[in-house]
Design a protein around this ligand. Structure first.
Ligand code: ADP
Ligand code: MG
Length: 389
């Protein structure tokens, strides 16, 4: 077991493509770190540099106290667990688990002991005589982990190990791998493009985009305090809503002007985010997660919208609405266009998603009022895309 440390580590491929750009990342001994980001952002490259399967073209990679840049994969003693488990089909579970030890020339009793200990941890003890063909996908995954565990590696490296499994098994294996990692205490770097895996499995999550680390934080903090628009939109399903807004100082303190609604910001909220009041009037992008919006009957501090369509998710509804600007409606009325009002309110082309209880079902085309949990708003600078706090 060992800590892993990236210090300004870069990888430029032979064609000049910079896949990982000056990555700084310290992974603690025993930690479960998830590396997440969209396809092509450099996750596998980063992982393969730890394994010694890609050369490092800049910076320093350390495993334990040792600089690892020039160590062979063997010398690094890390165990890579791939998507395809590549078990030996003609060997029993026990022989699969003990294979690396046998190759190493360990004594028979030593192998038996280590296989037994791993099998107990992985709950494979009753399956030791079976062949891989007689196992479920989840059991095979456990055998693959067992094979890695007996080698007592400095770290486990996993590259999208669950992406071939069906949804139900994937859910089970998420919990299973997280449990096994904690039981074994082996430093683990887990690569995925799936933000649900990232949120549910890691002690900390490193979000990458375009070869650049965006944010490194525990899952809850990523969700509650994204540092920029990329992280805010990448983490969270259904995704965060983004609206154009204006931050300004009003009669009662800071307020935000949204399409068709001016919302005062609570003093405590502003106090906790010193950057909010730091400048005068400014354009912002306002982020609101779907669960921080609610359908309401009251008129005060609510957005006006029209229901576009609804998705029934079973336990809840996801209501898709288009914002309506009441000021524009009033103008239409004054212009004698009353009869058009119901059918054609001035729709701002802003689609929003609201998580609502099933009992809140409306009809497509219904006009609704949307309340906002003000203390869960996120603000971003439209130019730098950084969070304003
Ligand atoms: N051998 C290679 N030569 C050139 N470019 C590569 C090579 N391998 C990967 N890349 C590029 O590097 C970027 C990162 O790849 P990768 O680390 O595999 O991304 P991820 O695992 O996040 O999907 C991608 O744009 C990919 O096309
Ligand atoms: Mg990859």
């Amino acid at each position: 077991m060992a800590a892993i440390s990236f210090s300004k580590v870069s990888k430029a491929y032979a064609d000049g493509h910079l896949a990982v750009n000056k990555l700084d990342l310290d992974i603690a001994d025993g930690e479960f770190l998830v590396l997440v980001g969209p396809s092509g952002c450099g996750k596998s490259t980063a992982l393969r540099m730890i394994a010694g399967l890609e050369t490092i073209t800049g910076g320093t990679l350390s495993i334990g106290a040792e600089v690892a840049n020039d160590l062979s994969p063997r010398e690094r003693n890390v165990a890579m667990i791939f998507q395809s488990y590549a078990l030996y089909p003609h060997l029993s579970v026990a022989d699969n688990v003990g294979f690396a030890l046998k190759v190493r020339g360990e004594k028979r009793e030593v192998i038996a002991e280590k296989v037994k200990a791993a099998a107990e941890m992985l709950e494979l003890d009753k399956l030791l005589t079976r062949r891989p063909g007689q196992l479920s996908g989840g059991q095979r995954q456990r055998v693959a982990m067992g094979r890695a565990i007996v080698r007592e590696p400095a770290a486990f490296l996993m590259d999208e190990p669950l992406s071939n499994l069906d949804a139900r098994l994937r859910g089970q294996m998420r919990a299973e791998i997280a449990r096994l990692q904690r039981a074994s205490g082996v430093t683990t770097v887990y690569v995925t493009h799936d933000q649900v895996e990232a949120m549910t499995m890691g002690d900390r999550v490193a979000v990458m985009n375009g070869g650049v680390l965006q944010q490194l934080a525990p899952p809850r903090e990523l969700y509650d305090r994204p540092v920029n628009l990329f992280v805010a939109t990448f983490i969270g399903a259904p995704p965060i809503n983004l609206l154009p807004g204006r931050l300004r100082r009003g009669g009662q303190g800071m307020e935000v002007a949204l399409p068709g609604l001016v919302l005062p910001l609570p003093a405590a909220f502003v106090q906790e985010r010193s950057a909010l009041g730091a400048q005068g009037d400014r354009e912002v992008i306002v982020g609101i997660r779907p669960e921080n919006l609610f359908l309401t009957e009251g008129d005060a501090d609510a957005l006006s919208a029209r229901v576009a369509f609804q998705e029934d998710l079973g336990a809840s509804l996801l209501v898709h609405v288009d914002l309506v600007d009441p000021a524009a409606n009033a103008q239409q009325k004054r212009a004698g266009l009353d009869e058009l009002d119901e059918g054609a309110p001035a729709v701002i082309s802003t689609r929003m998603r609201i998580s609502a209880p099933v009992s809140a079902r409306r009809k497509a085309g219904d006009t609704v009022k949307i309340g906002i949990q003000v203390d869960s708003l996120h603000f971003f600078d439209p130019t730098s895309q950084l969070a304003i706090r």
